[in-house]
Design a protein around this ligand. Structure first.
Ligand SMILES: C[S@@+](CC[C@H](N)C(=O)[O-])C[C@H]1O[C@@H](n2cnc3c(N)ncnc32)[C@H](O)[C@@H]1O
Length: 250
């Protein structure tokens, strides 16, 4: 994160941008198209990079998130089945690898209370900003009220939980090392990879998650990827390009 700066395109937001830079321990700078920058605009927080084209921001109100909310397939979609929603159950969930919050948003839409954990402060800022904006949208208020964000490392966070705070389900979608190598990888995923790097501690994260979850741990993987740490799941649920490995807790 050393070359990243915080900026704004609006003089009236300079104070806010300076404050955010201070919170993130990053320098504030003027707009610079040659740098990776977290930019506060009148509309939202966005990340601008020299090589990824259009800015990247999170929007729960429109675009892919809104589309998936409307047409995603409800409790019948593979993610919901893997989490265990089929019999009308609505478990408490911790999404320990929140990223852009897309999967968490799907699950919150299906009625689950979900805690999003994201360790990368820049990605957590984008998420926080998107959640706050969506709270002002009357249609989304209820859904967003089920989502809470924690900017911490999940492995550390889990080690501090009291027994009564353990969730029914822990959901993991760690960055898969080879995702960035494919030309087909979407640019927002490439940005996630550029900012967060590969998640080299996913073995440890899976192991502690299996100790903490009360009912199950679900791991999202590319369809042909090996199991994390060779840990064989109880079952797997597949969709077109994705596999959800489900580890039931005994
Ligand atoms: C592939 S992305 C997740 C995408 C997400 N499922 C979505 O729907 O947008 C993985 C994210 O998990 C975060 N992450 C990985 N390991 C973590 C950990 N131990 N604690 C917190 N966040 C973690 C990374 O910083 C990255 O943002």
């Amino acid at each position: 994160m050393s070359d990243i700066t915080v900026s704004t395109d609006s003089a009236s937001l300079e104070l806010q941008a300076n404050e955010l830079a201070r919170q993130l321990s990053l320098p504030f700078s003027i707009l610079n198209p040659d740098q990776i920058q977290l930019v506060i605009t009148q509309q939202h927080f966005e990340i601008r990079t020299p090589d990824l084209g259009n800015p990247i921001f999170i929007d729960f109100e429109a675009g892919k998130n809104a589309h998936r909310r409307q047409f995603g397939g409800g409790r019948g979609q593979p993610l919901a089945k893997a989490i265990g929603l089929k019999k009308g159950a609505t478990p408490t969930i911790i999404d320990a690898t929140a990223g852009f919050g897309r999967d968490a948003f799907v699950l919150a839409n299906l009625g689950c209370k979900i805690t999003l954990i994201e360790r990368n402060p820049l990605i957590a800022s984008l998420l926080d900003d998107a959640l706050q904006r969506a709270t002002d949208n009357l249609d989304l208020q209820q859904v967003i009220s089920r989502m809470s964000l924690i900017n911490k490392d999940a492995i550390h966070y889990f080690s501090t939980l009291e027994n009564h705070q353990h969730p029914d389900v822990i959901y993991l979608d760690p960055m898969y090392p080879s995702r960035e190598k494919s030309a087909l990888v979407k640019k927002d995923m490439r940005l996630l990879h550029e900012l967060a790097g590969p998640d080299i501690d996913s073995e440890q994260l899976l192991t502690i998650s299996r100790d903490v979850a009360l009912k199950r741990v679900v791991v999202k993987r590319p369809k042909l990827a090996p199991f994390i740490d060779d840990q064989k799941p109880t079952t797997s649920i597949e969709s077109k390009n994705t596999r959800y490995d489900v580890y039931l807790v005994n």
